[in-house]
Design a protein around this ligand. Sequence first.
Ligand SMILES: *[C@@H]1O[C@H](CO)[C@@H](O)[C@H](O)[C@H]1NC(C)=O
Ligand SMILES: *[C@@H]1O[C@H](CO)[C@@H](O)[C@H](O)[C@H]1NC(C)=O
Ligand SMILES: *[C@@H]1O[C@H](CO)[C@@H](O)[C@H](O)[C@H]1NC(C)=O
Length: 477
Amino acid sequence: MDLRGLVLLVAILIVEVVTAANGNLVFSVERRKTTLTAIKAHDARRRGRFLSAVDLNLGGNGIPTENGLYYTKLGLGSPPKDYYVQVDTGSDILWVNCVECLRCPKKSDISGIDLTLYDPKGSSTSKLVSCEEDFCFSTYDGPLPGCGSGKPCPYNIGYGDGSATSGYYVKDYLTFNRVNGNLHTVPQNSSIIFGCGNVQSGMLGTSSDEALDGILGFGQANSSVLSQLAASGKVKRVFSHCLDNIRGGGIFAIGEVVEPKVSTTPLVPKMSHYNVVLKNIEVDSDILQLPSDIFDSGNGKGTVIDSGTTLAYLPGIVYDELISKVLARQPGMKLYLVDQQFSCFQYVGNVDHGFPVVKLHFEDSLTLTVHPHDYLFKYKDGANWWCIGWQKNVVQSKNGKDMTLLGDLVLSNKLVIYDLESMAIGWTDYNCSSSIKVKDEAGVVHTVGAHNLSSASAILIGRILTFFLLLTAMLNS
Ligand SMILES: *[C@@H]1O[C@H](CO)[C@@H](O)[C@H](O)[C@H]1NC(C)=O
Ligand SMILES: *[C@@H]1O[C@H](CO)[C@@H](O)[C@H](O)[C@H]1NC(C)=O
Ligand SMILES: *[C@@H]1O[C@H](CO)[C@@H](O)[C@H](O)[C@H]1NC(C)=O
């Protein structure tokens, strides 16, 4: 052995001694950490599952005069093709426009989005879901009349805005982004059942305005993608979104959020939507004087949290009371009815100084703070035209009472978490262009960042014209 070799050997020995010495100190901690992780991983495997966190890339924004919706991109079929679908916590299935559709959009005005029709014959793994399968049986709570061998399992969904989709269920591979590092994902797939949409109507029909390939329902029902992924052991039924209506896009992740910390309010059990208990509304430190049962959650009432709705809808009495308080600091300001639906006005200056903060108080002391820049939206850049995002609800629940529906208007710029394992929902003010920390079932924490799939500003042009054509004076109350 020459001198160089000896030096090297000594060096190696020294390194080893140092490692061993340090190792003793670090060892117990290291070991406990790996052991805990290993136990959890083992438990997860023993339960036949290794649950991962999932990163859904978001695009769009909640501005009514622009997209008015948020969407994500996912892969379907073999080989996977990309589909752009609206994310909607107010419905329960994933469906996409199908190749044989009788009525569906063929192109979209959202820049950067090319629509793709799902072709069962173009995917080697596509399978028709027959009406005899368990999925169909449980979706319809029993056998379908006239069901026979090899017959399809149909679906038919109507949305709150009057639009609808119908078609039949297929089973194929969904490709999504599994989080495997900080701001890093790898593709993973899972076989899921979704709707092949044949006839779309209303906003989902032929209009290319904000046309997308379909809708990804993030509801609680067993038919949702979230429930299907959870049932096959891929994920936990916990997800969160941070919708960025300043820059567009935002964060959407499946998995337990460990940062930021978020307080929650219980979800009303056995409801088809995400219902929470709204106690009262505070404007400028005053609690609105309202009938005590106005937000009563019994009898199918309550307040629905719905990311698939752009604005926020309140019962008539609540709306009138709220708007008079919101406008109280601007006596004599003239309101105009725009596009036959929005109450708008001209205002010069910072709206956060001229209008009050609105606070919605929920069960378990959870508060939703809505700033003027959230509930007022600008109609045309630079023209000082503002419109009120709060809307009077005309949709009634089954017992004939007005529902309260909170959409992107009040959910944007907040991290909202949905924990279906513990039946709770929560939120906190958050910068949706930043990132969150999500833990997978093995206990590993990863950073999940914001995305913005596409920016769409070209849409505005056509709308501004409509705005001035429909501008009609409305009496100020
Ligand atoms: C699904 O994932 C497996 C394993 O990574 C891979 O072999 C297969 O090709 C994937 N299938 C599709 C349709 O992407
Ligand atoms: C949904 O799935 C769960 C777990 O698989 C099952 O226990 C439950 O009965 C299902 N619910 C319905 C309404 O089918
Ligand atoms: C939000 O986060 C982004 C990305 O980290 C950062 O560039 C931006 O300045 C932040 N905005 C605010 C208001 O803090």
